[in-house]
Structures are given as C-alpha cells and as structure tokens.
Design a protein around this ligand. Sequence first.
Ligand code: PLP
Length: 463
Amino acid sequence: MAVKYIPEPFRIKSVEPLRMLTREEREQKIAGAKYNLFGLKSEDCYIDLLTDSGTNAMSLEQWAGIMRGDESYAGASSYYKLIDAGRDIFNYGYIQPVHQGRAAEKVMMPLFLCKGKFAVSNMFFDTTRAHVEIAGAHAIDCVVKTAKDTSLRVPFKGNMDVERLEKIISEHGKENIGLVVMTITNNSAGGQPVSMQNMREVSAICKKYGIPLDIDAARYAENAYFIKRDEHGYRDVPVKDIIREMFGYADMFTMSAKKDTIVNMGGLIGVKDANSPLILKIKANCISYEGFYTYGGLSGRDLEALAIGLYEGIDENYLRYRVGQMEYLASRLDDAGIAYQSPVGGHGVFVDAAVMFPQIPYNEYPGQTLAIELYKEAGIRSCDIGSYMLGNDPDTGEQLRADFEFTRLAIPRRVYTQAHLDIIAEALIEIQARAKQIKRGYRIIWEPPILRHFQAQLEPVSS
Ligand SMILES: *Cc1c(COP(=O)(O)O)cnc(C)c1O
C-alpha cells in the first residue's frame, strides 16, 4: 500500500501552464532530438524530471530578496548576508560564492590535484570527476558494497568503504592522494545518504595520513535529514546541529547551491579554517574564472536569494515533505514490483533499468532506453545514470560498464504535486507491462570526448 503523502507546507501563488503533446508528436520530438533528452525543448515535456538542479521553485521571501539584491561590484550587502548565513549554518571561517557547483570544482581541484595524483570519493558526480581529470589526476570511486545491490534495504548506502579507502591510500602512497571527496548525499548511487559515523571514520583516516577532506555538499540538508531519521542518537538533534557536526569533520566544501539551497543558480566554496593559506589561492582563482570574490559570478540578487534559500532548505517541515514525496513515489513502485535503488534517496527515484530490461546489454544503455520510453509514454523527461552517462575509458576509448543502469526521476523542489507523482508511477507501470517487447536499446552515432551524455546523438539498434 502506498505510504501517506505528506501535504505541501506551502500554497501556490504563481502557476506555469503545462502542455501534453500527442504520442505521435512525442515520438517525432524524441527522434528529432537524436534520442538525447537534453536535446528536447522544455515546452515539449509534460513533467520534467531531467534534474533537480536549478529547477526549484523559489519562495515569496526569495522573490522579495531579488528586489533587495545589492548589485555593487565589491562588498555588496547581499554578499555579507550570504556569508553570514554560510558561516552560521556550516560554522566555517570562509565562504566564497561561485556561479554553480562545477565552478567551485574548477577553482578548487587544481589547488590539490595534478598529473600523477589521485582523488578518492564515495562516488564522484560527473562534473566533479571531469574536473579531477581536467586537473590531470585520476578519480577513484570507493562506495560501500551495499550500494551496488539496489534491492538491499539498508540505511546509508552512500557511505565510503573505509577499509578500501585505506587500501587505496597504501597502494598509491599517501603523498599521491591529493584529495578525498565525500559526496553528500551520494548522487550517483541514487541520492543515498552518508552516516555521521562514516564521516567520522573517513575524517580520522584523512587526518592520520594528512590528506585534505572536501565535502561535495550539493544535498547536505537532505543528508542531514536522513541522519536525524535513521542514525542512532540523532532523532532529537536539530538538523542545523547535525550539519555543523558533519562539516566539522571536513576541511572544506564545494557546493552546487542549485539543489538543497533551493535557488535556480549559485554555488559555494567553504573553508573551515579562517586563517588557511588556501583562501588567498581560492580568491585568486575565483577572480580569474568567476569574478571578484564578493560576487563570484553571481548577480547581487542571486546572492540574496541564496542567503535566504540556505535557511529554507534546512527547515525540518520542508525536509519531511520533501523526502516524503520520494517515499510516496517509491511506495507506488513497490506496489507495482518495479525495482529502484532502495531505500529511496533524497532527491529522486532511481529506477533500476537493468532489472526492467534484462535483455538490453549495458552497451545498449538500458537507463537511456527507459528514459526514452518514459518520454514516449507520458511526456516525462528523465535521464540515464548508467553506462551511457559514464562514457568511455579515457586511456583505451572503450565503453565503460557502470555499476548501475539507472533511469533517474529527479524531483524538482516545491514544483510538482501528488497528482504528478501518480502520473509518473502510472507511466512506469505501463512500460513495465510491455518491457519484454522492447528487445534492443540504442547506439551512439556521435559523441564529444568528455561529459558526452549532454550532447551525444543516438539511434535505436534494430533487432
Ligand atoms: C550538481 C552537482 C554538482 C555540480 O554542480 P552544478 O551546479 O551542476 O555545476 C557537483 N556535485 C554533485 C554531487 C552534484 O549533485
């Protein structure tokens, strides 16, 4: 039976009309986009679950803040409001705005990584991995084994495998590990959270070997909510205190604010130690790549909305509703026997397309195949988080095989209602019923060398 839907802790003041094309039109549109969902126009999508990044609905306080934004080049009041909020929530000495998460990565990665070095993470997000590689280093994923069994319902499947982390450090030599990155929540494993216990252990290992520890913090608030809900000893601890403890174990963070901070554009870098020599280097890189360090590639109004969103994103009533949406959608899939990364994570449902289409091999992209079917079925735009996204081995050029073949249904924050979630569930149930008739997947006919999934062109493999 479906879990009870937790009602929205807000009402709607401004609406955006949606349009559903006919099946025939949808089939034409997706073929015209070369079977790449990033190539569709948003107006041709009925429900857009491509990403939860920057697709959030802002509050009336944030929209009011947009008018208050101070557009001064240097030292704007909106900048001070933002860094006060950042220091308060994370208890860090230095906060640097940037225009989005990958900008934070571009500024930070070259300060720790170069040719011959390694970076280890519970799992690298695609742009984070790309910036490790652009800096000349190698990225190693080190997630716990439980993450790889999508049907195994245990908490904190986003954790780092700490035994393996120590092995990797001793194999490559601690002096060659430039950085450890803890991604919270673990996006690529399905929005799975990391426990405080695991963070503590990883922090102890990094201190022991003198390796800096960075938090990739895009979904830190959802992660803190899971700790409160599921980790022993945290039920009565306020989310903000959980966040402060979590960040206290790291040296710095890089963040896409387009996720849990509920804005449409923005990012942050944080450094715990206000006297760290790193700060001057961050400012210098920021000035070259992003703009002067008091605006970091953002308008004053963006800084203002970000400062307000930082607090709205950690509100516990909001977080209960937010994670409740995932639980509701996941429970509808449970009722239909549709496999997904379970227990459900914080920002979406990651449907296990390899289970839905066992007949489609990894190099015909089951996750992408299901994403295309969902668009044809009901105008729902989702994306592949699998071998199609992972790409080719940079040394051999061969297609890599991902640990998972997911179709990600990312849920934008404060945007869709229970009725929309029902339509998504019903579309998946329809596809599941005819899954056996879908015999082959897709092949790539053109691809760029990095981050190919945004631009690649595909065609159906004919059987
Ligand atoms: C979105 C995301 C990024 C990159 O952020 P952008 O704002 O899209 O540039 C990095 N890491 C994680 C875990 C993310 O989810």
